[in-house]
Design a protein around this ligand. Structure first.
Ligand SMILES: [Fe+2]
Length: 164
């Protein structure tokens, strides 16, 4: 089940992308920390940790099939200033869609190369991405429902804070 060079390269790049996702969500977390919204801050803390565990998953897979780890990439600077709850979660959803597209590109390579181990691993991440996008969409729906009602938004924040 040896990885081809391009699959290995793509999987290694995905490690950086997952780490960078954590960094992006940390920037979003800081926006809420400064704003004084503990629930959204907590939600994004959990999300950032999840991204780090995705990176570790990709690392473990590469090593499990005797692949070689490549140097970690650099991150882009991440903003900590956003306009609103909606702005943050819409940008989060956009980001998850980019991650999904990247995973699908890798899966297509694995299928093309008949690398079944990589295919299975990546398919589990297709499911994961469906869940990730749905999580963000769910929060966006709640925020939209709250609208300009501060009390309702306060309630949304407390719901977000329950994420474990
Ligand atoms: Fe991820």
């Amino acid at each position: 089940m040896k990885l081809s060079e391009r699959l290995l390269k793509g999987l290694n790049e995905q490690v950086t992308m997952e780490n960078e996702s954590a960094y992006k969500y940390d920037g979003m977390r800081l926006y809420f920390k400064e704003l004084g919204s503990p629930g959204a801050e907590k939600w994004l803390t959990v999300q950032a940790h999840e991204e780090l565990s995705h990176a570790e998953d990709f690392i473990n897979f590469i090593l499990d099939v005797d692949g070689k780890l490549e140097p970690l990439g650099t991150f882009e600077q991440q903003p900590v200033d956003y306009h609103s709850y909606l702005d943050v979660f819409e940008k989060g959803l956009e980001h998850e869609k980019e991650i999904s597209a990247s995973i699908l590109r890798l899966l297509e390579i694995a299928i093309e190369e008949k690398n079944y181990a990589a295919e299975n691993f990546l398919r589990s991440y297709v499911d994961e991405q469906v869940e990730e996008e749905d999580n963000f969409r769910g929060v966006i729906d709640m925020i939209k429902l709250a609208g300009d009602d501060t009390a309702a938004l306060f309630k949304v924040d407390s719901i977000l804070g329950k994420r474990e």
